[in-house]
Design a protein around this ligand. Structure first.
Ligand code: C2E
Ligand code: MG
Ligand code: MG
Length: 745
């Protein structure tokens, strides 16, 4: 025992006390309740313990002079009382024990430590009572010297502190279990991370502001970017979700979070804690700022919490990746068609609140040429370049998606999403790998209004507008209008019917004779399709051929027309009408069919006709659409021996350079120019075409000759042949036989 009456341990406390008086006040006190009916005991106790400092805290005394008064105080202060110095005998022999019993059993207060004191040794309680009421110490007042009191107080304070810690941890662990369970149900990264911050606040019982951050690439769909992004936040930081951490403009946060992610461990500095979370490589840093320095217990709790939720963090990341696979385009990382439909559904809901926005589908024309000609990589690069430009320049109010191979979707206010604004982005060529490629687009647009249907329907409608735009020769865009849909429904019905009727062999080939203008002898005929309608009439090929082209049905129908024409030329031969040529109209989709050239050769060979009796009629627009395919096919067919005519000449946009490459035999002067032929007037275009034909060494044939003066005018111009109502209308094969018989005689 040292001279002062304290042992060494306690001396240290005292020394610290003197140097740290300032500091202790900040950290608070140990509450000590003195319960005794003897006033002197109160003052002696105070005096004896007034200088004592334990764990940097001084004692603060509270006083009660009877059992009921003590209970009053205990009720009021609860577990903030660290120690009760309790007199056993007060108004009754056992009033102190009663206080202990009520406090433990009725109030359920387990933390405060009890030191029983009694004046008379004979009043010592049973051992069972000491255990039952969790009494730390029992001393007679005479036994309690100052030094003994100090020792008892110190050891009781330690056990009080331990009990508090255990209880806190227990509560904390309970919370960890419930909050971790809650978090495990969270499927979105944002929701999970917000949850982490709020759960931590509640775990440590403080109002914590904080953010959860991660490096891009792992969970954020940003490639080539190693910035740190905010995944979730609570409190003042909530507005920064999905932004980079720099956007908070707090260099302290930036440097702590970066350090934590770099060192891969927790960081505790003053009131700031940065916790490191990692499960199977999914890393995140949780930055917390709380109003007080974090306690050791809380640190441990947080570590337990983090390790129990890091699996959850891994799960939301995996879930996110699965979602991405279903809702993101793998190439551009933009929302895919499914997600775009969801976005349209959302947009439609906000539309109900009143502001109008527009959906646009942008289709890259002839994208397949890039893929076929320059390779898939070039195609992918081009798509990435387009996606990037759209993302960078279309404005933040516009949302983007990739809907199909070469189709991008936009949703946004009309000021941004309109043909002018979109068109501007495609004026300059795009860099795709080693290539710089000009990009032509078609745009379908649809205004979303309060009456709009579901996302999927809006997309369908926009697609209708896009298909329209693609077909329009004058503009490259179109807005959806309800009539379009009626028309589409009608078209689909027609196509279905056409397919059925073709399969049922209801289609017919009619023939319109062609004559030599000089001799007026019949030199051949044009094969023209006829589709009988239910009312006994015929649906015009001008109506159904475009539908057959649109649906691809023209490939089969066209092959049939060719075969039928060859077969019937052969039959005419057999009936004595030799040297008659049949002209068959060919559409663009037929040229795209790889079997096309062979199928013509087969039709000619198998029907046993001479190839020069078959003529193919193609329009200028076919040539212009995909010149190379057409030129190649026609050259081969020409070598085979069939002849080639340009139909409706003068109505398209043929460039002379293409015309000169084509192996042509004949120009067909379009009906509209022949129609201009009137008595006493010059038909300039007809004249120019005939002159041009002569210069190029081609035969010319006038279409739609209805009047005698038209025939003689064309003859005078130097036109070689004619076809028109003046001579004969298109007719079925049997009628043609009769017609030829008559003409023969
Ligand atoms: P086209 O090749 O220019 O055929 C000439 C059209 O002019 C025919 O119309 C014919 O009936 C009409 N026509 C002939 N002479 C006169 C006349 O003196 N006055 C008037 N007003 N019209 C005359 P049709 O048969 O209705 O065919 C329309 C178009 O449908 C054809 O124009 C052709 O482009 C297309 N077509 C017809 N059959 C086929 C086919 O088998 N395959 C393909 N791809 N297209 C076809
Ligand atoms: Mg024709
Ligand atoms: Mg024509």
């Amino acid at each position: 025992m040292s001279p002062s009456g304290y042992d060494n341990d306690e001396l240290i406390f005292l020394e610290e006390d003197e140097s740290q008086t300032e500091h202790t006040a900040k950290l608070g006190y140990w509450n000590v309740l003195v319960v005794d009916d003897d006033e002197e005991i109160h003052s002696v106790t105070r005096l004896a313990l007034s200088d004592l400092v334990v764990n940097e805290k001084k004692l603060q005394f509270h006083h009660a002079y009877s059992g009921p008064e003590a209970l009053e105080k205990i009720k009021e202060m609860g577990s903030s009382i660290a120690i009760i110095l309790l007199d056993v005998v007060m108004e009754t022999d056992d009033s102190g024990l009663r206080v202990a019993k009520i406090m433990r059993e009725e109030y359920g207060l387990l933390e405060p430590r009890i030191i029983l004191r009694t004046g008379q040794p004979g009043y010592a309680p049973e051992e069972s009572v000491i255990k039952e009421y969790d009494i730390n110490d029992y001393k007679t007042k005479t036994e309690l010297t100052r030094s003994k009191l100090v020792t008892t107080i110190i050891s009781s304070l330690r056990s009080y502190q331990q009990i508090l810690t255990i209880n806190q941890s227990r509560l904390g662990l309970e919370k960890i279990i419930t909050s971790a369970a809650n978090l495990l149900e969270e499927h979105s990264i944002k929701g999970f991370c917000e949850g982490v911050v709020t759960q931590i606040s509640s775990l440590i019982g403080l109002d914590a502001g904080g953010v959860v951050c991660a490096r891009a690439g792992s969970v954020l769909d940003k490639e080539n970017d190693d910035g740190v992004y905010i995944l979730g936040a609570a409190g003042e930081f909530a507005q920064y979700i999905n932004e980079t951490i720099e956007s908070i403009h707090d260099s302290k946060i930036v440097s702590y979070v970066n350090k934590c992610l770099k060192d891969k461990k927790h960081l505790f500095v003053d009131k700031i804690s940065v916790l490191y979370m990692n499960s199977s490589g999914y890393e995140a840093a949780v930055y917390l700022e709380i109003s007080d320095e974090i306690s050791q217990v809380h640190k441990q709790l947080l570590e337990v919490f983090l390790s129990s939720i890091s699996v959850g963090y891994e799960n939301v990341n995996l879930f996110h990746q699965l979602r991405n696979a279903a809702f993101r385009d793998w190439l551009t990382k933009l929302p895919n068609r499914n997600e775009f439909i969801n976005m349209l559904d959302d947009e439609k809901c906000t539309q109900d609140a009143g502001h109008g926005s527009v959906v646009a589908l942008i289709d890259i024309n002839h994208f397949s040429d890039v893929n076929d000609g320059l390779g898939q990589d070039a195609g992918n690069n081009l798509l990435m370049a387009v996606a990037q430009k759209l993302q960078e320049e279309i404005g933040s109010t516009v949302r983007l998606g990739r809907i199909g191979a070469d189709i991008f979707g936009l949703i946004g206010p009309e000021a941004q999403v309109n043909p002018g604004k979109i068109g501007e982005l495609f004026i300059t060529p795009f860099r795709a790998g080693d290539h710089t490629l000009p990009v032509n687009i078609s745009i379908g647009l649809c205004r979303i209004g309060p009456d709009s249907c579901s996302g999927i329907t809006i997309l369908k409608q926009t697609n209708i507008a896009l298909n329209r735009a693609k077909k329009d020769l004058n503009t490259n865009f179109g807005y959806y209008e309800p009539e379009m849909e009626e028309k589409t429904t009608w078209r689909l019905g027609m196509i279905r019917q056409l397919r059925e009727d073709f399969a049922a062999r209801k289609l017919q080939v009619w023939y319109q004779p062609q004559v030599d203008l000089v001799s007026e002898k019949i030199i051949g005929m044009e094969a023209l399709l006829r589709w009988p309608s239910k009312d006994g009439g015929y649906i015009s090929p001008a109506v159904f051929v475009p539908l057959a082209e649109y649906s691809g049905l023209i490939i089969e129908i066209g092959a049939w027309v060719l075969n039928e024409s060859c077969r019937q030329v052969k039959e005419l031969n057999e009936q004595g009408h030799s040297n008659l040529r049949v002209a068959v109209n060919i559409s663009m989709p037929q040229f795209r069919d790889p079997e096309f050239v062979d199928s013509i050769k087969t039709a000619v060979v198998e029907n046993g006709i001479s190839p020069e009796f078959l003529e193919l009629e193609i329009t200028e627009s076919v040539v212009m659409d995909e010149p190379q395919i057409v030129v190649d096919a026609l050259k081969e067919l020409k070598r085979f021996g069939v002849t080639i005519a340009i139909d409706d000449f003068g109505t398209g946009f043929s460039s002379m350079s293409y015309l000169q490459q084509l192996p042509l035999d004949r120009l067909k002067v379009d009906r509209s120019f022949v129609n201009e032929v009137m008595p006493g007037k010059t038909a300039f275009i007809a004249e120019t075409i005939v002159t041009l034909g002569n210069k190029l060494g081609l035969q010319t044939i006038a279409e739609g000759v209805e009047k005698r003066e038209q025939a003689s005018y064309m003859l005078k111009l130097g036109c070689d042949e004619a076809q028109g109502y003046l001579y004969a209308k298109p007719m079925p094969f049997d009628d043609l036989l009769v017609f030829l018989e008559k003409h023969h005689q």
